[in-house]
Design a protein around this ligand. Structure first.
Ligand SMILES: [Ca+2]
Ligand SMILES: [Ca+2]
Length: 217
């Protein structure tokens, strides 16, 4: 209906402001033309400029037709929605896509941490980890969750390798440093970073259809 869309101070989510452009130019590797092209595409999919959870899930499912993406998608959605207003605006969207496309390992691990840290207090605990591991199992269609593969045992292993037997709380830096130095941790905690490192080009490992897909934002 004839909504007058100019509530003062609130920015119109369909508009790419100079400030947005500046933020995106500074924090991604995209050129201005590329940003405008992404913006055009974003508005095509989300004419209101607001990507909500339902649409996000819809998009996400396309990447994981086999697995149950819902839970994991919820986690990713929250990580993208940095201002916590329950929708993803274009800037939030492209910053996250930029990290998936061009980010270095550390940046990707930062994003992985944000996915774990759902309440955004800079800390993840056992419960957070168990939830995400279950969601990742769903995503990968992993049926076997017994023995060493049980989420609980996985978290034991993670905590052990992060040297966190005493307290069960992991802060961002511990997470990132731990994953940087420990490939197994990285594989468990941030599987989408596992194939990224350039050094691996020298060892043509057997092509793995599951890990090769690091398109998952
Ligand atoms: Ca938001
Ligand atoms: Ca937290």
């Amino acid at each position: 209906m004839g909504n007058k869309a100019s509530s003062k101070g609130k920015k119109d989510p369909t508009v790419l402001s100079d400030e947005d452009l500046k933020t995106l130019r500074a924090n991604t590797q995209y050129t201005e033309d590329e940003i405008r092209a992404w913006h055009f595409g974003f508005l095509k999919d989300c004419p209101t400029g607001k990507l909500d959870k339902k649409q996000f899930l819809h998009v996400y499912r396309r990447f994981y037709p086999e697995g149950k993406a819902d839970k994991y998608c919820n986690f990713v959605f929250k990580a993208f929605d940095t201002d916590n207003n329950n929708w993803i605006d274009f800037t939030e969207f492209l910053l996250a896509v930029g990290v998936s496309q061009h980010g270095n390992l550390e940046e990707k691990l930062k994003m992985a941490f944000d996915i774990y840290d759902q309440n955004k207090d800079g800390v993840i605990n056992r419960k957070d980890m168990i939830k995400i591991i279950e969601a990742m199992y769903d995503l990968a269609n992993e049926e076997d969750r017994s023995g060493d593969k049980s989420p609980d045992r996985r978290v034991d292993l993670i905590m052990q390798r992060l040297n966190k037997e005493k307290d069960d709380v992991v802060i961002r830096d511990e997470f990132i440093q731990g994953c940087l130095r420990d490939e197994l941790l990285r594989k468990i905690l941030a599987p989408n970073t596992a194939v990224v490192s350039d050094e691996q080009e020298t060892t043509p490992s057997s092509p793995s259809p599951t890990t090769a897909e690091n398109e998952n934002m």
